[in-house]
Design a protein around this ligand. Structure first.
Ligand SMILES: [Zn+2]
Length: 235
């Protein structure tokens, strides 16, 4: 079964220096994907709305998707937000809080130059317009490689910073590059998150709320038959 959490990264055209182009969804393709979702009768939920429904009913709402964006790129504001608003689509953005307001290559793919992240002001504006912000750690370290104390610091630092900026609870978490282990999962629970998302390709295994898969939408899904095929098993 397909996960109802769709994973995006950058809504932009790749620049010439970019070798790994998969994480770039062209804005026009993104608009067509949103139009397709609406036309197929999908509703949109934030990650925390999905979590709340899951906690109450033991399953996700029918014919509903959660659009999620990892890393907190500036293009999520400049390119994605106008399209989201045009289609009335809710979204959840997972921030690497140490990158707020910076142009850096901390989380860009190998060989790719620095890229601009959302600023604190951007997050405030988007939050006031209904975009949800979750944690993607403070420094994007892969949690399966860290000591427990460092995992806890990554989680609490980012959670507190986001809550401070948005003045809303930060309940949702996405593992950097999808990597986790049992200790990381426990720490995520302890830190007070309600749901944690990976980027694993395996099926929606056993619906573990702290290791939920996502359906990654890649550049090649700009071809609508590919995008629709990815949605096919969502009921
Ligand atoms: Zn990431």
């Amino acid at each position: 079964m397909t996960s109802p959490f769709l994973l995006y990264h950058k809504i932009d055209l790749p620049t010439a220096d970019v070798k790994v182009r998969g994480a770039f969804t062209p804005p026009k393709a993104f608009a067509r994907q949103m139009e397709t979702l609406v036309r197929l009768g999908f509703a949109f939920a934030t990650a925390s709305e999905m979590a709340a429904h899951f906690l109450e009913h033991g399953e996700f709402p029918k014919r509903t998707v959660a659009l999620t964006f990892d890393d907190g790129w500036k293009d999520n504001l400049t390119n994605a937000l106008p399209i989201l608003q045009r289609f009335g689509a809710k979204a959840t953005i997972f921030l690497v809080t140490s990158c707020l307001g910076k142009t850096t290559d901390l989380v860009t793919a190998e060989g790719e130059g620095p890229r601009e992240h959302l600023s604190v002001e951007d997050v405030k504006k988007m939050s006031s317009e209904g975009v949800e912000f979750g944690s993607h750690t403070h420094t994007h370290h892969h949690l399966d490689k860290l000591e427990l104390a460092d995992i806890r610091t990554e989680l609490t630092t980012s959670k507190e910073l986001i809550e401070d900026v948005t003045q809303k609870p930060c309940n949702t978490f996405a593992y950097p590059a999808g990597f986790f282990n049992d200790a990381a999962k426990e720490a995520v629970k302890e830190a007070g998150f309600k749901i944690a998302l990976t980027t694993m390709y395996s099926p929606l295994s056993g619906l573990d709320r702290f290791a939920l898969n996502r359906t990654e939408i890649l550049r090649r899904d700009r071809f609508m038959f590919r995008f629709r095929r990815k949605l096919a098993s969502l009921s």
